[in-house]
Design a protein around this ligand. Structure first.
Ligand code: MN
Ligand code: MN
Length: 324
């Protein structure tokens, strides 16, 4: 059984992501594991309201109410994928370099075992070490990036090169993202300067604003991304502030005029068939949330990401090799 029953969940009193089996690392993942969900309780990269370090705890709690059967894809996501909760990545929360190296090691280890990693942040700075591990394993990847912000800011703003406004800058400069394969959805203004989008534009990034998502429809936007990424390895980086603050108030740098929950969910569903090699879901800040609105949409968006990975798993799998 891939998920605990509701009764087991109540009886157990602990809440792994989606009531999945929980694996305390560094214990090895069970043979046949298809995905590992890791909490990354770090918000030392936030520039405004902190608190995203508590995101994994909130998303775990509310994700207990997400059921496994995908009614659109017609798929038992957790049965097919065999996902586990790998706990939180552990680090001293005031040592940014240690945080990055722990994340890169954890993501790299999952990839070496053929397991798709899903990170639940934490602030968006955690995407950089994840992308470093992705590129080391797969080579440069396509990136689908949902966000209000470009996240290609430079050190001139805060006098520090690495924070939650910069992961895509470093990913581009370090060659982790394929040219022409950065797809940024939900981006909106106002900007700090007219040149804010230049770094991405020079790398062939495609930017789709919330107005364009509303005009074209999320299915059409997703379809055009699917066409452009083909069978390339795709990393999905989802900053919850891509959504409008009406739908995701619990985040540190909210920007009005964003995606609706329905648009964001439809967009992810529309990506069915892509070769998803990893995902992060970041910037959930429970202290600013109301009635778990942001927590719930985050859990459901994470579920949609897991469904994308599950869709790539053959219905009948050969017996898995033993893991070390
Ligand atoms: Mn953002
Ligand atoms: Mn971001």
């Amino acid at each position: 059984v891939s998920q605990q029953s509701a009764v087991e969940y109540l009886a157990h009193g602990q809440i792994p992501f989606f009531r999945l089996p929980s694996v305390s690392r560094p214990a090895p993942l069970p043979a046949g594991t298809g995905a590992v969900i890791l909490g990354v309780p770090y918000d030392g990269g936030t520039t405004a309201e902190p608190g995203a370090r508590f995101g994994p705890f909130q998303v775990r709690r509310v994700s207990a109410f997400v059921q496994g059967w995908h009614s659109v894809h017609r798929l038992a996501v957790f049965d097919r994928l065999r996902a586990v909760d790998g706990g939180n990545v552990v680090f001293p929360p005031f040592d940014a370099a240690a945080v990055r190296s722990r994340i890169e090691a954890e993501v790299g280890s999952a990839l070496r075992h053929g397991v798709v990693p899903f990170l639940v942040g934490g602030d968006h700075s955690i995407a950089l070490p994840a992308l470093r591990a992705m590129a080391r394993h797969h080579g440069p990847v396509a990136v689908v990036h949902l966000d209000a912000h470009f996240d290609t800011s430079g050190p001139e703003v805060w006098g520090e090169p690495v924070h939650h406004g910069t992961p895509l800058r470093h990913a581009i400069e370090e060659g982790l993202v394929l040219t022409g394969q950065l797809h940024q959805i939900g981006i909106r203004g106002p900007w700090g300067a007219p040149t804010d989008g230049d770094l991405g534009a020079d790398h062939g990034a495609r930017v789709v604003t919330p107005d364009e998502v509303a005009a074209l429809g999320p299915a059409a936007v997703a379809g055009s991304i699917r066409e452009r990424v083909g069978d390339l390895p795709v990393y999905l980086s989802l900053d919850v502030d891509a959504l409008d603050p009406a739908f995701a108030p619990g985040t540190g740098t909210p920007v009005p005029g964003g995606l609706t929950s329905r648009e964001a969910l439809a967009l992810l569903r529309g990506l069915a068939g892509i070769r998803l090699v990893g995902m992060d879901l970041v910037e959930v800040c429970p202290g600013r949330d109301h009635a778990d609105v942001t927590g719930y949409v985050a859990a459901h968006l994470l579920y949609e990401g897991l469904a994308l990975a599950a869709l790539r798993v053959p219905a009948v799998r050969p017996s898995p090799p033993d893991r070390e």
